[in-house]
Ligand binder design. Structure first.
Ligand code: HEC
Length: 171
């Protein structure tokens, strides 16, 4: 009995102490890395959201969307903006009604709860390519559906150009 408990003390306890010490060392390294690279360490929890750099904490745009650009001059083209408005408000196509959730003025309605307030320039800082991707494919596990089937690429750019005007009145 006695020799057994000595064995327990010497081998088992000593081993578990070593494991514990190593565990603490590994945990410290991981935590240090997480503090140095918060965006990489916590992308899923969105812990870095709300900082001044939303583009960095956003998920990476898939390659097929990364190089998409709004056609030149569209941002201020009155015809483009009028068409975008009609799409956004559901008057162009009743199956597509962004305003039903995002609000006529970019402030989310009850149905669009969780959507960012697009009239707040801080909230609307994501790149055009990011928005184009989100509008095309939707966002998983949210009410935001993909609209690639309902809207041509041109129409998606028109609606983005229009959505970009929401934040401007307050600037
Ligand atoms: C059924 C409600 C609903 C409809 C309809 C809808 N959205 Fe959304 N949308 C949302 C919600 C909710 C989010 C936030 C998703 C999340 O949790 O990230 C969102 C997010 C977005 C974003 C990302 C904004 C950002 O900066 O994070 C864009 C862009 C967007 N929607 C554009 C559109 C456009 C354009 C249409 C119409 C073609 C549309 N949405 C229709 C609910 C909706």
């Amino acid at each position: 009995m006695r020799s057994q408990s000595t064995f327990f003390h010497d081998v088992v306890l000593e081993n578990s102490r070593q494991i514990l010490r190593r565990g603490i060392a590994v945990t410290s390294v991981v935590m240090a890395m997480a503090m140095l690279y918060p965006n990489e360490a916590f992308p899923l929890f969105g812990l870095s959201e709300g900082e001044n750099k939303p583009q960095e904490s956003s998920p990476a745009i898939p390659p097929e969307y990364r190089d998409k650009h709004m056609p030149k001059g569209w941002r201020t083209d009155p015809k483009v903006l009028a068409t975008g408005k009609a799409i956004y408000e559901g008057t162009a196509n009743a199956d597509v009604n962004c305003a039903g959730c995002h609000g006529i003025d970019g402030k989310p309605t009850r149905k669009g709860r969780g959507a960012p307030d697009l009239s707040d320039p801080q909230e609307a800082q994501k790149s055009d390519a990011m928005w184009f991707w989100e509008i095309s494919e939707g966002k998983r596990r949210t009410k935001m559906q993909g609209h690639a089937r309902h809207l041509t690429e041109q129409q998606r750019w028109q609606v983005i150009a229009y959505m970009r005007t929401f934040g401007q009145s307050t600037m």
